[in-house]
Design a protein around this ligand. Structure first.
Ligand SMILES: Nc1ncnc2c1ncn2[C@@H]1O[C@H](COP(=O)(O)OP(=O)(O)OP(=O)(O)O)[C@@H](O)[C@H]1O
Length: 248
């Protein structure tokens, strides 16, 4: 948690999304301020992951606008690839290239997308790996790392592109419980360091301690958004109370 500024780094207004007749997101308006960590919590199927995928334009919203700083991502003709390069995404499954070294997994987009020379890309990758505590593993293959270490490589890979915003979609859900801690510690460090982050999580401890604000999603709506203190301690919304009683 850090002092976020008032300026929205990411702004969503009136976002809706349906799959066929199934409406998954209903008129979502929310912003993530520069330097803020916003955690998205809520029951399974409430639309958290779909919202995150819309933010990264992996899904196309039916209605509404998404702004990344001053860039209107949902405008007709918007440069989606350029926008995506400014957004780091970390998924539940880390999808590292198994035939490449850890370092190459982190540096590949720096050479292929950003056009950096190989030695500078490696230098940057090693710095990013050091930030997640894995510099010593740079020349290993992903299969020689634990799941938690692989997820930290995926975080380093996203950070290497110097994104404006990091999106985490249940980054620890696929990990064995004993491996979750190290990944959350890296995410906490990022939050404390002022990275702008939107984090879909089932880790209520993380949301309570690391978030600046917590958004509770329910049936495709953003039902509550407030400080962790007010979300977890007061929980006046009955659906939120019910949700928390099941997960805490
Ligand atoms: N590609 C898709 N096609 C059809 N329905 C989808 C698709 N993706 C998601 N859904 C549906 O949209 C709803 C919201 O899914 P979403 O994954 O966003 O929820 P969630 O809150 O992230 O859930 P969880 O916590 O279980 O991951 C669910 O009912 C899901 O079945």
């Amino acid at each position: 948690m850090t002092a976020a500024t008032a300026a929205p780094a990411l702004r969503v207004t009136g976002l809706s999304k349906s799959y066929g007749t199934h409406t998954v997101l209903r008129d979502i308006t929310v912003d993530v301020r520069a330097g803020e960590t916003l955690c998205l919590i809520g029951p399974s199927g409430s639309g958290k992951s779909t919202l995150l995928k819309c933010l990264n334009l992996l899904e196309t919203p039916d209605n509404g606008e998404i702004w990344l700083g001053e860039t209107h991502l949902t405008a007709p003709g918007a440069d989606v690839d350029a926008a995506r390069a400014r957004i780091g995404m970390v998924f539940q499954h880390f999808n590292l290239f198994p035939h490449m070294s850890v370092e190459r997994n982190v540096s590949i987009a720096l050479t292929s997308v950003k056009g950096l020379p190989r030695d500078r890309a490696r230098e940057t990758a090693l710095r990013r790996l050091a930030e997640v505590g894995l510099e010593a593993f740079a020349d290993r293959r992903p299969s020689q790392l634990s799941g938690g270490q692989q997820q930290r490589v995926a975080i380093a890979r996203a950070l290497a592109m110097q994104p404006d915003v990091m999106l985490f979609d249940e980054a620890t859900s696929a990990l064995d419980p004993e491996l979750v801690k190290d990944v959350l510690a890296v995410m906490r460090d990022l939050a404390a360091g002022g990275m702008t982050m939107a984090v879909v999580t089932h880790e209520m401890g993380f949301a309570r301690e690391a978030a600046d604000r917590v958004a509770f999603m329910c049936d495709g709506r953003l039902a509550e958004i407030d400080t962790p203190g007010r979300i977890f301690e007061r929980a006046e919304n009955p659906r939120l109370r019910q949700f928390l009683s099941q997960v805490l």
